[in-house]
Design a protein around this ligand. Sequence first.
Ligand code: PLP
Length: 417
Amino acid sequence: MASRVRTGPAAAAKTRADELAVLGGRPAFAEPLHVGRPNQGDRTRLLARMNELLDRNWLTNDGPLVVEFEQRLARHLGVGHVVATCNATVGLEIAIRALGLTGEVIVPAFTFVATAHALQWQEITPVFADVDPGTHNVDPDAVEALVTDRTSAILAVHLWGRPAPVERLAEIARGHDLRLLYDAAHAFGVSTGGRRVGGFGDAEVFSFHATKVLNSFEGGAVATNDGELAARMRLMRNFGFGGVDNVIHVGTNGKMTEVCAAMGLTSLEAVEHFVAVNETNHRDYADAFGAVTGVDVLDQQAGPGERRNFHYVVAEVDDAAVGLTRDEICAVLTAEGVLARRYFTPGVHRMEPYRSLADCQRSPLPHTEALSERVLVLPNGVAVGRQHIETIARIVGLAVGEPERVRDAVALSAGAS
Ligand SMILES: *Cc1c(COP(=O)(O)O)cnc(C)c1O
């Protein structure tokens, strides 16, 4: 059983707009509620593993816990090979290099900046494709329109743990002789078409950062069914060492430590519980926000053959219907101690160095632009429960009922700080 992370004191129920913190009331949450507060598994199991690894005094370099974590992940994902790494960013860098990518790689701009950085770090140009406004995932038609003779690959993201359009992307990659790599940082425990994410494309890269559904403090893993690719990535992960004193390949230090594997294994044992809590929370959010017109919780209904991990509760704010912008609602929540996040604002194409690089921006990205103004990610995970969720929805509902007062108060507090 997973230990319950201590949650803050019960949230104060609010019934009138006057009680909103932004209008001078007391914050509903004395202790802030975060997006991505870490999920912890069974602490006794974790400490037992830490004792064992300290007794063994084998702290890193392909230790037994890393090997066990890789094997269990491969079984869980139904893939041939898993290479654990110190984080997903280095995992992406290693996969990109091991696949021999060059020139241009097509990526969505509506993602975390690491997706593009992993390419740019190796002087490969990320070329940004727009997303589907319904799923927030990269639009395959936009991808295909950007293919040139410099394109070596597509790097797609399973955003929010919603599977990318894997069939269409595979067709495009095949048709243009491109490699296909997935940033699966959000997508542990996700399936589509009856297949687990982990086995699509040439390789898929997971993140086990503390904020992700399954964490190893920091960590990542590359999953692939290509044995040669896996062997190359193992070399690259450890400075290119093919044996003692024998360097046979260029490499980096991408190794996962034993203590991270201990956390990863312990999280893996609790991941079904984390997903179940996320799913319940997600349903509670959808119910609670059902009454708030103009703020929609993104539908995570899984179809046949699909599984979700429900880790990201994504709301879209229609400012015309609500009378307040997404940023104003975010400010209202922040004042209450609800640290909602405006992922991904701005889009990666509006961050440096990409916004100064004309090569990255071949086409306008209207859906990415619109989403980066509308999306709000709400707190989830085992630290969040029904009462928190109802309080959050009530706060937004009260704010939406008095848009002029709230807008003035937010503007005033922004001016004062
Ligand atoms: C978290 C994240 C990463 C980076 O993962 P790290 O393990 O922190 O390096 C990459 N891509 C996406 C989409 C992410 O959310």
